[in-house]
Design a binder for this molecule. Structure first.
Ligand code: DX5
Ligand code: ZN
Length: 220
């Protein structure tokens, strides 16, 4: 039920393969891959060639978070590069339903990401089609920011909506997760936790992954 998704945004880009191996061997379920275009968010990371390169060094589940304008333009490229799941921001694509159907037509999982200020209402007519919802718990663009406490109410509300509709959809949170708040976040209803700086900025990456896996509500 619980899954940890270390974000390589905070990894050492000169030693990506080594850092990925550490979180894989420590038992992290997903590898969270942040794609930023300098347009939708005020930061630039990397594109499909880098995803393709790391695909060669690991079998981990690639959870690709697209923080780019009009993500529909790049779905093919990220699928070809090895994505297992693609999250698109509701704020970044005009035809959200079409974009989600397109991702699913490629045989991979689809998720919608929402910025902290975006209402859950945008999910109303697409929820049944989703494998996961990504709730941003910081404003997207950078690692190492502080968890926004108001998002806890949003997580709770979304879990209620999913339960009321008798769906089984993962809720992923992204931003500001730490060993100190992972219990509360997961107790509130999120079951997939992204952690960038908390994992890759720690002195012992493997131990931190294991602690996240122990301290969450599902396993504590
Ligand atoms: C932020 C990214 C996050 C980021 C999280 O825009 O989407 O995935 O890596 O980093 P931390 O866990 O350090 O907040
Ligand atoms: Zn992310």
């Amino acid at each position: 039920m619980f899954k940890l998704a270390p974000s390589i945004l905070s990894a050492d880009f000169s030693k990506l393969a080594e850092d990925i191996k550490k979180v894989d061997e420590a038992g992290a379920e997903y590898l969270h891959i942040d794609i930023m275009d300098g347009q939708f968010v005020p930061n630039i990371t990397f594109g499909p060639p880098v995803v393709k390169a790391i695909r060669k060094v690991t079998k981990m589940f690639f959870d690709v978070h697209l923080m780019i304008d009009k993500p529909e333009r790049y779905i093919d490229d990220f699928v070809d590069a090895g994505a297992d799941l693609i999250s698109v921001h509701a704020e970044s694509t005009v035809h959200l339903h079409r974009t989600l159907q397109y991702i699913k037509s490629k045989g991979i999982k689809a998720a919608v990401a929402l910025n902290p200020a975006t209402s859950l209402a945008v999910l109303d007519y697409v929820l049944e089609d989703l494998d996961m919802v990504l709730l941003m718990t910081v404003n997207p663009g950078f690692g190492g920011q502080k968890f926004i406490p108001q998002t806890l109410g949003k997580i709770k509300k979304l879990r209620e909506i999913i339960n009321n509709r008798e769906l089984s959809i993962d809720i992923q949170i992204d931003g500001g997760a730490t060993l100190d708040n992972v219990y509360e976040i997961t107790k509130t209803g999120a079951n997939v936790v992204v952690a960038g700086s908390a994992v890759f900025g720690s002195d012992n990456i493997a131990e931190t992954v294991q602690l996240f896996k122990q301290k969450n509500y599902y396993n504590a």
